[in-house]
Design a protein around this ligand. Structure first.
Ligand code: SF4
Length: 294
């Protein structure tokens, strides 16, 4: 992570377009927390690449002033892994929703956690597909009535926290978009952490999810910071993460210092980022290879 002495403010990370999200959408809080987090860390827009997939929340890189990539549905972690391997000195943020990341991109979620790639993954989890107007998602509660489940959802929801821990992620947290201060702090810790950081954020969809609303979370959320929680204890972390009744915990559930993919990759140990190295081919050799491939 590169840092600088100059002081930027959250406004310096405002993108060229304004969000087209519905009034009251939880994603506004996540965007504000991200802008505040990177400004307070002293990062500059060109230190950061924000990568997303498809969905309402995946439009975020367009509203955020940094390098950005709006990629394919469910493929943000795969693209971000490529970015990180090409330039491991860059801060790589990945943003998207529960359908994009845990459904379409579930395969990449599993393997990025296993590899422990140094990415900060902020998932705006609204427990529904919002952009496509309200279908059941992998985190929708059982019994939930949606456009695609008119008789109620019969599937068990995926738990992102326990899944990430069991698959090897080394920084696993949950937040609520209405608590911007806690979310900002978790994003900052996630960026500073060397390895795969998941921050799953309850980010209510006010247009299509009438169950998991702002009021629903405000009545139930308790912060792990206020409990005697040991973040090195994966078993306790999983037990607390599975509570989804009158009490729902937010905060840092689990952290470990297992080496990241970049730390273990021999080719990255010396010589700087791949993106800035010389190709090692002269013009003629490079042209021959290009001609053979065309
Ligand atoms: Fe947000 Fe839902 Fe509107 Fe999408 S449809 S912008 S998730 S409130």
């Amino acid at each position: 992570m590169a840092t600088t002495a100059i002081n930027l403010t959250p406004k310096d990370f405002k993108g060229k377009s304004d969000p087209d999200w519905c009034a009251g959408c939880g994603d506004f809080g996540v965007l504000a927390a991200l802008q505040r987090a990177v400004a307070e860390l002293g990062l500059r827009p060109h230190d950061i690449m924000a990568v997303s997939g498809i969905g309402c929340s995946s439009n975020l890189p367009g509203y955020f002033n940094s390098y950005g990539m709006h990629t394919l549905h469910g493929r943000s972690l795969a693209m971000a892994t490529g970015v990180k391997m090409a330039n491991h000195e860059m801060t790589v943020l990945v943003t998207g929703g529960d359908g994009d990341g845990y459904g379409i991109g579930g395969n990449h979620f599993t393997h990025t956690a296993r590899r422990n790639t140094d990415l900060t993954y902020v998932v705006m989890n609204n427990q529904i597909y919002g952009l496509t107007t309200g279908q059941v998602s992998p985190t929708s509660s059982m019994g939930m009535t949606t456009k695609s489940t008119p008789f109620g959802n019969v599937e068990q929801p995926l738990n992102p926290i326990t899944s990430a821990i069991m698959n090897g992620a080394t920084f696993v947290a949950r937040a609520y978009s209405g608590d911007v201060r806690q979310l900002t702090n978790l994003i900052q810790l996630g960026i500073k952490h060397k390895g795969f950081s998941l921050i799953d954020v309850f980010s209510p969809c006010v247009t299509f999810n009438f169950i998991n609303t702002h009021d629903f979370f405000k009545e139930r959320i308790k912060r792990l910071e206020d409990e005697d929680h040991d973040t090195s204890d994966w078993k306790s972390a999983c037990e607390k993460a599975m509570m989804f009744g009158d009490t729902i915990y937010t905060g840092l559930f689990f952290e470990s210092d297992r080496p990241s993919l970049e730390d273990l990759e021999p080719i990255l140990k010396t010589g700087g980022p791949l993106a800035t190295r010389k190709l090692g081919l002269d013009q003629e050799q490079a042209q021959k290879i290009i001609d053979r491939m065309m």
